[in-house]
Ligand binder design. Structure first.
Ligand code: MGD
Ligand code: MGD
Ligand code: SF4
Ligand code: MO
Length: 699
């Protein structure tokens, strides 16, 4: 339904309220201009305070993505070898009939046989309806393996939950009033732009901004200070900060006594972490640590609000969960939570009253008890034979909202798994991605401009509604509709498979959010206290900030957070002396938008950033083709020698499509399937490599 009509000389122009669907903390409110049924422009909704009329560069190109000449518009069936990406056009009915019969044949073999079927999805769209609604119902009814969706944030989420009780924290708008902001493991200008706008307001009002990141990012450039620690050493830094807060008595004793649990134990542990000891681990100077602690502790005397914006960049290492526990503990030491502009924010997700049971219907499992597969080890799991521990080999894979060939670790194994002749693969996509190349059936999905959805956000506290602005292109269908029709072809008759998208949108928040407000304004604020933990009341079992977690101790784990060194720590291998991280590129969103030419032209080509000293030591010149390798694999790309890298650390920016890389590979060729301390998450930034001349031929 259009919100605004401006007929001019027979041409009908409307503006439609929507939401950005991408995996980004900002979840912007979008306005799409539609002229005679064609979307001509998307822009930020000026009426939504967090969006403030501004979209990032990538999503302002959303029409270019939607009307891209390579959009998938018809169902396709594989005709070439696996992975070759050769398809012929088929009808929807032919595709769905064949897929249903293949899945039914697997499921009917024995009572738990449907476990050999695995859904694989993540946050290609963060929409609650085009994400896990009809799809989840479908897989529950079928009894397929469950998917542990760990690829991004589960280590940090677990660390935050153990300490604060959930994915809760400061409200993002109050960062504008903070006087000190630590931007920790986040390139906010690239990946959290609308937070950065609040931080800029704070800066104009005299706030000091300190960036803690191995890479001298665009964000680090604009902060007052930058601490370039080695990857995976944040916990050592946080412990040494605590050491300084304790030895100088920069502590809020009253807050510690009333609202925290396990202070005596944590105090004892932190006192073992002198700045000298941590500096060794972090690859920085003791004075940098002392200065940071001095700035952070100053508010105990001045009462100036002190805030931390953490992001998921720092938890993609072995000790990621522990690092988040320690950083999330810091505000309680200085009583920062007393002020609405003090505390920490990593994710606001738990603040949304989403009725997931209504959307996903786990009750449809009935008596079936399928196993759970971790999406972060899909490489190994696709290659695992049947066994009593694992259960049946994976025989069918249905991929939607994700591009595992490009984004999952240790891609050589992922590719080998997808190439299995006896694996049946269905991919729902907008484009022929690296993963789509391996599909047996490739089904065209609608984009955000073509379907209904409702959204939460992990970086603010507003729910959003997305209305379709245009009709589906070609024969594309929403994910929901594809699973509805597949359910029908499988003979699933439960009435829940006929719920419409609009009904699902209403169901997502039930009575907790007034749907009429969403329909009218496009967004509705979830009411949360301004200073949620000023008086304690943490959603933990004890109601306190839990430095010590009895729940973890009961699992046989350390009840207290600690520094857990990387699996592949810097300076521990003569063969692979460089620590490698691979953070997001500003103009892509994970592997989305890589095929949008105007954005790819800005990013150029896959690059490896390296410090001049490391390049000199290897006789490498700027622009050389280099080979990046370790025991897991290798890929080639161009070298960019730059002061953005510190010595000993290299950066492979962005998740390029493999097929656009020099050898048809990307950075995940060298990352590992090792998992984090908490949350079973991947360790993309815990990776040692060596770099050498790559020559011009094939690697
Ligand atoms: N433009 C853009 N925006 C994005 C994305 C994108 O691909 N492009 N991806 C989205 C997704 S999926 C997510 S999960 C979010 C957040 O995704 P994040 O991965 O948090 O991404 P960034 O905020 O860019 O910050 C990562 C920063 O952490 C730094 N870093 C790496 N290792 C360490 C470490 O050990 N310690 C510390 N302190 N820092 C480290 C990197 O150098 C980088 O600057 O961003 C989302 N927004
Ligand atoms: N080396 C390295 N690897 C990483 C990371 C890193 O920093 N370094 N980051 C990790 C992180 S944080 C994440 S979140 C993951 C992200 O991994 P993914 O969630 O797989 O994200 P994308 O690569 O953006 O792929 C999403 C795909 O979904 C498709 N899509 C979008 N909307 C729809 C829809 O409505 N329907 C259907 N059917 N498809 C749709 C898009 O076209 C796109 O191809 O990657 C991880 N991988
Ligand atoms: S990707 Fe993030 S910043 Fe860009 S429009 Fe979407 S929500 Fe906003
Ligand atoms: Mo992510």
């Amino acid at each position: 339904m259009p919100s605004n009509h401006q007929p001019q000389s027979g041409v009908q122009t409307t503006q439609v309220l929507g939401a950005c669907p991408h995996d980004c903390p900002d979840t912007c409110s979008m306005l799409t201009t539609v002229v005679d049924g064609v979307a001509t422009k998307v822009q930020g909704n000026p009426a939504h305070p967090h969006t403030d009329g501004v979209l990032c560069t990538k999503v302002s190109r959303y029409t270019e993505r939607t009307y891209h000449p390579e959009r998938l518009l018809h169902p396709l069936k594989r005709v070439g070898p696996k992975g070759a990406g050769q398809f012929e056009r088929v009808s929807w009915d032919e595709a769905l009939t064949d897929i249903a019969s293949r899945l039914t044949a697997i499921a009917q073999r024995s009572p738990n046989a449907a476990q050999a079927i695995l859904p694989y999805s993540y946050a290609g769209t963060m929409g609650l309806v085009q994400g896990e609604s009809i799809s989840a119902r479908f897989f529950h009814r079928l009894g397929a393996s469950l998917l542990d969706r760990t690829i991004c944030a589960s280590a940090g989420a677990e660390g935050l939950t153990q300490t604060l009780g959930g994915k809760v924290g400061m409200r993002v708008e109050f960062f504008a009033e903070s006087k000190l902001i630590l931007i920790w493991g986040s390139n906010s200008i690239a990946s959290n732009l609308h937070f950065w706008r609040y931080a800029q307001v704070a800066k104009r009002h005299g706030a000091k901004l300190i960036c803690i990141d191995p890479r001298k990012s665009e964000t680090a450039d604009k902060c007052h200070e930058h601490i370039a620690l080695l990857p995976g050493t944040d916990s050592a830094l946080a412990l040494a900060m605590m050491h300084e807060l304790i030895t100088h008595d920069w502590l809020d004793h009253d807050y510690l006594a009333q609202h925290t649990l396990g202070w005596d134990l944590l105090r004892e542990r932190a006192l073992q972490w002198t700045p000298e000891r941590a500096a060794q681990v972090c690859g920085i100077t003791p004075e940098q640590i002392r200065a940071l602690a001095r700035d952070y502790g100053a508010s105990v005397a001045t009462q100036a609000p002190t805030a931390i914006r953490m992001n998921y960049g720092l938890q993609r290492v072995r000790g990621g969960g522990n690092a988040v526990r320690l950083i999330a503990s810091l505000p309680a030491l200085i009583g920062a939570w007393r002020h609405r502009a003090g505390g920490v924010l990593l994710s606001s997700s738990s603040q949304f009253p989403i009725d997931r049971a209504a959307l996903e219907r786990p009750d449809l499992l009935g008596q079936q008890t399928p196993r759970t597969i971790n999406m972060s080890t899909i490489g190994d799991d696709l290659l695992r034979p049947a066994s009593p521990e694992f259960g049946p080999a994976i025989e069918a894979l249905i991929v939607y909202n994700s591009n595992p060939l490009a984004v999952a670790p240790e891609s050589a194994k992922v590719a080998q798994g997808f190439a299995r002749e006896d694996l049946f693969t269905v991919v729902l996509e907008h484009f022929q991605t690296d993963t789509a190349d391996y599909a047996d059936y490739l089904l065209p999905a609608t984009t955000q401009l073509e379907h209904w959805d409702v959204h939460m956000s992990y970086g603010h506290t507003d729910a959003l509604l997305n209305r379709p602005a245009i009709a589906p292109l070609g024969e594309a269908k929403p994910n929901t509709q594809i699973f509805r029709e597949l359910a029908q072809h499988m003979g699933f008759t439960d009435p829940c498979f006929t719920d419409t998208d609009e009904a699902l949108c209403r169901m997502a928040y039930g009575q907790a959010i007034d749907f009429e407000v969403l329909l009218k304004a496009g967004f509705a604020t979830v009411h949360t206290p301004e200073a949620p933990f000023a008086q304690g009341h943490f959603p933990t079992p004890s109601g306190k900030c839990e430095f010590y977690s009895a729940r973890l101790a009961a699992l046989g784990l350390d009840g207290l957070p600690d520094h857990v060194p990387n699996y592949e720590a810097a300076n521990t291998s003569a063969s692979y002396p460089l620590a490698m991280i691979s953070p997001p590129a500003r103009n892509f969103l994970n592997s989305s938008f890589v095929n949008v030419k105007s954005l790819r032209d800005i990013e150029g080509e896959p690059l490896l950033e390296m410090h001049p000293a490391d390049a000199d030591a290897r006789g490498l010149q700027n622009g050389d083709v280099v080979r990046v390798f370790n025991g897991r694999g290798s890929y080639r790309c161009k070298l960019h020698i730059t002061q953005r890298a510190r010595t000993g650390v290299v950066h492979g920016m962005g998740i390029w499509w493999r097929k656009l890389g020099l050898d048809g590979k990307n950075v995940n060729e060298v990352t590992s399937q090792n998992l984090t301390d908490l949350g079973r998450a991947p360790t993309f930034y815990d990776c040692l490599v060596e770099v050498a001349h790559g020559g011009q031929g094939q690697a």
